[in-house]
Design a protein around this ligand. Structure first.
Ligand SMILES: [Zn+2]
Length: 326
């Protein structure tokens, strides 16, 4: 039976795992039932805080962190738990659903619950794994001190990856990457690059599930966003350099051709250009029986080199295509 205690008695947070199959959804009610089926059963003293989770009559933990990273309350902090033999009086029991692999949101929730408990108790509290109290136990299935020392990064090799075709919890997406919705073609290289960074930004947004979490994340977030902007700028300047080099090479070829020996060598580009121009005009006024395909535009762009080149052309092309297809 739980005993009443003062918040001042609390010195340590003890982390547990539920020892349930990794990734299988389990609720705090499930754990409450299991703790009631033990011999002897765990029992709460509901007279200590009658309004606190009265439907949970057995649970030994103070908090349970489910796969979605949600924090569920079990016993109140002013009631001793039943989770770590010989140390229940001065500890808080936090249980992660799973055995030795947990979702990134669960790892993140550990940091949140730690600061939440500390706010109530009024002092900083060390966090330990159950096995640090009992060498015969593997609970919670990972090295808590290494996790803390890493700055609460999801513990290596202990991050649960949920497959998309998973039969359980199909609504939970632990990797909320969004597919690019940009179907505009031809897409400029710069747009493509910007698109590469968008999923990362979306990912950051999706990480936020509460204001509290947001506050903790905000510092990391700003740093990450700064890094993204720097990376994007670097790649952009590299592309501009690349295009400039390409332009130089193309114009060199055109100059060489213009000074060429044969009439054909000097004039094939202007002739091709004129041919395409005629086609475009005819196409625009609906004089042809076919529509110029986008591929024709790409051919025009590649084949004509110095006449239609560069990023500016790539930007203009979609608008031209749009205007023409009306
Ligand atoms: Zn344990």
């Amino acid at each position: 039976m739980g005993k009443k205690r003062s918040l001042n008695d609390i010195t340590t947070i003890v982390l547990h795992c539920a020892d349930t199959p990794n990734g299988r959804a389990t609720s705090i009610e499930d754990i409450d039932r299991w703790h009631g089926e033990r011999t002897p059963p765990f029992k709460r003293d509901l007279s200590i805080d009658p309004k606190h989770q009265p439907h949970l009559k057995h649970i030994g933990y103070h908090y349970v962190i489910t796969l979605d990273g949600e924090i569920h309350e079990g016993r109140p902090l002013i009631e001793t738990g039943a989770h770590v033999s010989g140390h229940n009086h001065d500890t808080v029991g936090v249980c992660l659903i799973g055995r030795d692999q947990f979702t990134p949101k669960q790892f993140h929730a550990i940091q949140i619950i730690k600061s939440r408990i500390e706010a109530q108790v009024g002092i900083k509290l060390p966090i330990k794994g159950h096995r640090e109290f009992d060498p015969n136990k593997t609970c919670p299935g990972f090295d808590v001190q290494a996790y803390v020392n890493s700055g609460y990064q999801p513990y290596e090799h202990r991050v649960l990856e949920i497959k998309k075709d998973s039969s359980f919890n199909t609504q939970q997406t632990y990797v909320p990457l969004k597919k690019s919705e940009n179907k505009e073609r031809p897409m400029s290289v710069l747009t493509t690059i910007a698109g590469l960074f968008k999923p990362a930004a979306d990912l950051i947004d999706n990480l936020h599930t509460s204001t509290e979490e947001e506050m903790i994340q905000s510092n990391n977030l700003v740093a990450l966003q700064n890094e993204l902007v720097i990376a994007q700028n670097q790649i952009t300047s590299q592309i501009i350099q690349l295009e400039s080099d390409l332009l130089k090479a193309q114009s060199a070829i055109i100059v060489a051709e213009a000074n060429g020996q044969s009439w054909m060598q000097r004039n094939w580009r202007p002739i091709t250009m004129l041919t395409f121009l005629v086609l475009v005009v005819a196409d625009t006024f609906g004089l042809t029986e076919f529509r110029l395909s986008e591929q024709a535009w790409v051919l025009l762009q590649i084949g004509l080199g110095g006449y239609v080149v560069g990023r500016s052309a790539e930007k203009i092309m979609p608008n031209v295509m749009k205007a023409m297809s009306k």
